[in-house]
Design a binder for this molecule. Structure first.
Ligand code: SAM
Ligand code: SF4
Length: 354
């Protein structure tokens, strides 16, 4: 096996592996799996008949059969290989990772791998309470929740689920058991939750949260994304600066996706993640493993690489090491959102793992 770090042809060194535990989800977020009547109503009539003459296909991706999903043993095997190549950070995601049974088991397997310094999860929070302590005991250090609205009706419209109180309780519980700082993500969409930007930031200040405002990306299952629906990060920041006394937080890590500000009173912070209007590809150190064991070198990759097939046909660790290095070497330089050459990937955010 070769020694050395996992690098691409532009000299970027990979440190962060995001693993999707399942492509399934118990929510139907309007920007991800817009399968609800509310989503259909929201998108209807918003299409520019010239640019987008076809109506949105409000259809779900087909769930992968269980036999195609990586087992926990396979995930552990791959993480050991990635850790030897310098990956230090793992984020478990999905779909909804907490739909997978016995998640603390895979957390425990990964947490004990030498070289893994940071183990985090992204969840919609609906099922967190019942597993919170087991996840913490197993070695989960940090958790990010998604919360797009503080209005129960708008929350339901955006997620397809009447679950605001469960998610707020999960945030509180994560703080109580010391998974701090708790991160919360909101995707901001024009005409849907943009009026809640200030109240979401107030929650961050009140509850001492690391709140992230994220631009809507073209990765939804119905391909309904349009540029007009993106609220640019700069606009979000201007609104927040008009309302709050914010101080920039310098970052020691150029690969960080968020630009961050703290509130003057020192409690809580906000971050803006603006991949559409201000891409940060130049410092990207992330690779992704889908639930069915395909390696993706970019959220927007058109090609993916089957590692599960290789494992199941008996590839050795040395074979996989070689294969992964070769795939990552060819990582894309950047995404092309907004350019005529942009092609939306076949797979949606829920399958890729955000
Ligand atoms: N189900 C979990 C959740 O919602 O937190 C984890 C998976 S979800 C795909 C991971 C993150 O991707 C969430 O923060 C979600 O808001 C974000 N996301 C999903 N679709 C998106 C889109 N089209 N544009 C921007 N962010 C998106
Ligand atoms: Fe599910 Fe997360 Fe996608 Fe919402 S964003 S539908 S919770 S995977």
């Amino acid at each position: 096996m070769r020694d050395g770090l996992l690098k691409d042809s532009f000299g970027r060194v990979m440190r962060d592996l995001r693993i999707s535990l399942t492509d399934r989800c118990n929510f139907r977020c309007l920007y991800c799996l817009p399968e609800t009547e509310a989503a259909s109503n929201f998108y209807r009539g918003r299409f520019d008949p010239v640019r987008n003459p076809k109506p949105a296909r409000l259809r779900m991706p087909d769930w992968k059969p269980r036999s195609e999903i990586l087992t926990f043993e396979e995930i552990e095997f791959l993480v050991r290989i990635f850790a030897r190549m310098g990956i230090t950070k793992i984020r478990l995601t999905g779909g909804e990772p907490l739909l997978r049974s016995a998640v603390p088991d895979v957390v425990e397997r990964i947490a004990r791998i030498p070289g893994i310094e940071d183990l985090a999860m992204t969840s919609n929070g609906f099922l967190f309470a019942r597993q919170a302590r087991a996840l913490k005991t197993a070695g989960l250090k940090r958790i990010s929740f998604s919360l797009d609205s503080l209005d129960p009706d708008n929350f339901k419209k955006m997620t397809g689920r009447d679950g605001l109180s469960e998610v707020l309780r999960s945030i509180e519980l994560a703080q109580e058991i010391g998974m701090t700082p708790v991160k919360v993500n909101a995707v901001i969409i024009r005409g849907l939750n943009e009026h809640e930007i200030e109240s979401l930031a107030e929650l961050a200040q009140l509850r001492d949260l690391s709140f992230r405002f994220i631009e809507f990306m073209p990765l939804d299952s119905s391909r309904s994304w349009q540029k007009d629906l993106v609220v640019p990060g700069r606009e979000i920041l201007q609104r927040l600066q008009a309302r709050f006394d914010l101080h920039p937080v310098p970052s020691a890590n150029p690969s960080e996706t968020a630009r961050r500000w703290r509130f003057a009173d020192g409690r809580g912070e906000i971050g803006i993640i603006a991949p559409v209007s201000e891409p940060f590809c130049g410092h990207c150190n992330r690779v992704r493993l889908t639930a069915d064991g395909r390696l993706r070198t970019c959220l927007f990759s058109i090609h993916e690489h089957d590692l599960k097939g290789a494992i199941r046909t008996g590839a050795s660790e040395a074979d996989l090491d070689e294969r992964i290095r070769d795939i990552v070497f060819h990582k894309e330089d950047r995404h092309h959102i907004g350019e005529p050459s942009f092609i939306q990937p076949e797979r949606t955010m829920s399958c890729i793992g955000g």
